[in-house]
Design a binder for this molecule. Structure first.
Ligand code: NAD
Length: 303
């Protein structure tokens, strides 16, 4: 079987669980972990290697940034995570320094490489990495609101007693407090969600708030979030490796706003194949515009 190579920079909670998810998802890949904490990285690699016997992943190794040269995908989850009650945007100065120094050390970056950003605030980080790397816009994108989208779908599924996977809707904009759930086109197996009798008007705001709040709650209870994001990253890698041309809300460069923010994107070989045209209500457009402005503010704060 053709094996690709996926490098994960930052082998902390998110990086190591992502490696585990890739192993269990049977993606035919060799996984490389890189971290400045060499001892932790060594331990994660040894521990994860115990799961290889149940997977099409051929091997997992610890390495340096130089070893990423032949990787198809580089996932960056190095950086500091949020503390309880801290917003993602508050991490911007520290994490900008970390990710831009990583990109400088990765140079020259092979022209076909895809960089998938996870470090928060992910929209600003994706923007900085895009600018610093010099790679084409379709090859640098962030996990964005994919996780928020899965979170809101989970709430709807629970309320309407339908399968999570049967829900088609997106949360767009910032992976943060200004995110925008897109209700106007949301569907369950082709039927408009807003037409479901059990879906009450107050639910929309309640679900939006609960979705935003979920990361804060998880961090308050257990210190970090990693399972959901690992599943999302792994799903994006699967779409790239198998050239699935599936649509996901990911953080991509939007020239009009000069920011990276989440829009529905077709993902396959080479990264983003296209950003899909979307029809939004006037209110959703206004909120998306406000979200773009907020991200621009976060970017400018760190420049
Ligand atoms: P963590 O502290 O467990 O791991 C971070 C790792 O990065 C550490 O092992 C650290 O040694 C490493 N690191 C720091 N500087 C480095 C460098 N220059 N080179 C290589 N490695 C370096 O944190 P975590 O919980 O894994 O979170 C990592 C990042 O992911 C945070 O910024 C967090 O906010 C973010 N995150 C994003 C999402 C999302 O939806 N985008 C979800 C969860 C977490």
């Amino acid at each position: 079987m053709r094996q690709t190579k996926i490098a994960i920079i930052g082998a902390g909670a998110v990086g190591s669980i992502t490696a585990y998810a890739l192993i269990l998802k049977d993606i035919p890949a060799e996984i490389l972990l890189v971290d400045i904490n060499e001892q932790r990285c060594k331990g994660e690699v040894l521990d994860l290697s115990d799961a290889l016997g149940f997977s099409y992943c051929s091997k997992i190794t610890k390495g340096t940034l130089k070893d990423t040269k032949d990787a198809e995908i580089i996932i960056i989850c190095a950086g500091v995570p949020q503390k309880p009650d801290q917003s993602r945007a508050e991490l911007v100065h520290t994490n900008k320094k970390i990710v831009t120094s990583i990109i400088k050390d990765l140079k020259p970056i092979p022209e076909n490489q895809i960089i998938l950003m996870v470090t928060n605030p992910v929209d600003a980080m994706t923007y900085f990495v895009l600018k610093e790397s010099g790679l084409p816009e379709n090859q640098v994108f962030g996990s964005g609101t994919f996780l928020d989208t899965e979170r809101i779908k989970g709430l709807i599924a629970e309320k309407l007693k339908v399968q999570h996977r049967s829900i088609q809707m997106s949360v767009l904009g910032e992976h943060g407090d200004s995110q925008v759930p897109i209700w106007s086109t949301a569907q369950i197996d082709g039927m408009p969600i807003l037409d479901f009798q059990a879906m009450e008007h107050d639910d929309l705001e309640y679900f939006a708030q609960k979705t935003k709040q979920k990361a804060y709650d998880i961090i308050k209870y257990k210190g970090a979030t990693f399972f959901g994001i690992a599943a999302c990253i792994c799903r994006l890698c699967e779409a790239i490796v198998f050239d699935q041309e599936k649509i996901f809300p990911v953080s991509a460069f939007v020239k009009d706003f000069d920011v990276c923010l989440s829009l529905p994107a077709i993902i396959g070989h080479g990264g983003i194949k296209d950003l899909t045209e979307i029809v939004l209500s006037e209110q959703e457009k206004e909120k998306l515009f406000a979200s773009a402005k907020k991200i621009r503010g976060t970017i400018e704060q760190a420049q």
